[in-house]
Design a protein around this ligand. Structure first.
Ligand code: HEM
Ligand SMILES: CC(C)=CCC/C(C)=C/CC/C(C)=C/COP(=O)(O)OP(=O)(O)O
Length: 299
């Protein structure tokens, strides 16, 4: 071993933060917080803060373990090659210890300070993202994100369970909404970073089944997703504030998804429909979950 190889890699706090995928985590935390605030029983604010911290730390742990496991893949894709592991700024061992440490900390704290139901669902989401999505499905099947995407749909259930110790129809519908939202969210992005996935040998739908099928599937998933988004209103689980925002925001989503699914040619312009749909997919969840809380607290 050369002396240079023995030097510790220069990872700093920014690299550890990057391991937690903070931007994705922001929406995970927001949906968890809104699930908690939409629950019929108000949680003690300190416990509520602890629960949200646990969701954030648990999601960060999952992100770190995902990057620990797939540093080889990340190195092959332009979008991910600058991450701390593929860029050679951090030892793999450090990422593993960091991820396991955060996961254990978040689940134990949730169980001891909040309740066992929330801790159990948090455990399932971390395991789902790391084992089911990252280790098992991602490199094997284009259905990887459909099944594995369930991991990211759990936070509203966790937030609700933190407040009530239980689950109910509304958070289950919110789970179904994010579950059905994930394919249009991700496949819209996959359409414009397709070559990255092809180069890395990841069997994402546009790589394996082609653009036409992917566009068609985006349209298909949008229909039940919109139904789940709007359903809480006619079912009497929310009021008109949520209902009106859900109808309006879902109509826009359906329009963008229609533009993606009917597009037959490819272009390089910045506003390709899939780029618009991907960007809007993130705003859409922020709008819906924000409206849910406004409806509960202002109506
Ligand atoms: C298996 C399911 C999912 C897959 C494969 C997926 C994939 C991706 C990818 C590849 C990006 C690109 C940007 C990046 O590298 O940060 C992204 C962005 C993003 N995703 Fe997802 N996603 C999934 C589910 C979710 C869920 C459940 C949420 C939250 C509820 C979410 C929230 C976001 C957000 C907020 C961004 C934008 C981040 C930024 O500004 O860069 N995603 N997603
Ligand atoms: C509460 C809790 C534990 C939630 C964790 C689940 C979570 C963060 C889900 C989001 C899913 C996600 C970021 C997928 C990214 O796909 P990828 O890993 O294939 O993306 P990449 O190509 O950018 O690495």
């Amino acid at each position: 071993m050369t002396p240079a190889a023995q030097l510790p890699l220069p990872a700093d706090w920014r690299d550890f933060l990057a391991l937690t995928k903070p931007r994705v985590m922001s929406l995970v935390v927001f949906t968890g917080l809104c699930g908690m605030l939409a629950a019929p029983r108000a949680i003690n604010p300190v416990l509520g803060f602890v629960a949200i911290l646990c969701i954030a730390v648990g999601a960060g742990a999952a992100g770190a373990l995902n990057q620990w496991y797939e540093a080889d893949l990340d190195a092959k894709m332009r979008r991910t090659s600058g991450r701390p592991l593929p860029a050679g700024r951090m030892e793999r061992q450090s990422a593993l210890h960091f991820g396991v440490g955060l996961a254990v900390f978040s689940v134990l704290l949730m169980g001891l300070a909040v309740n066992y139901a929330a801790a159990a669902i948090l455990t399932v989401s971390i395991l789902f993202y790391v084992l089911v999505y990252t280790v098992w499905l991602k490199r094997r099947t284009p259905q990887n994100i459909v099944i594995g995407g369930a991991a990211g749909a759990f936070p509203p259930l966790i937030g609700w369970a933190a407040a009530t110790g239980d689950v109910a129809l509304l958070p289950v519908l919110l789970f179904a909404l994010i579950f059905l939202w994930t394919p249009p969210h991700f496949w819209a992005l996959a359409l414009f970073v397709k070559t990255d996935y092809a180069n890395a040998g990841v069997p994402m739908l546009p790589v394996v089944a082609g653009e036409r099928t992917t566009r068609h599937q985006i349209g298909l998933y949008t229909i039940p997703m919109v139904a789940c988004a709007v359903a809480p209103w006619p079912l009497g689980l929310t009021g008109a504030i949520y209902g009106i925002v859900a109808v309006g925001a879902s109509a826009a989503f359906a329009l963008f998804a229609l533009q993606v699914s009917t597009r037959s040619t490819r272009g390089e312009d910045a506003m390709r429909p899939e780029k618009r749909l991907f960007g809007y997919s993130i705003l859409y969840l922020f709008l819906l979950f924000g409206a849910l809380v406004a409806d509960r607290w202002l109506a």
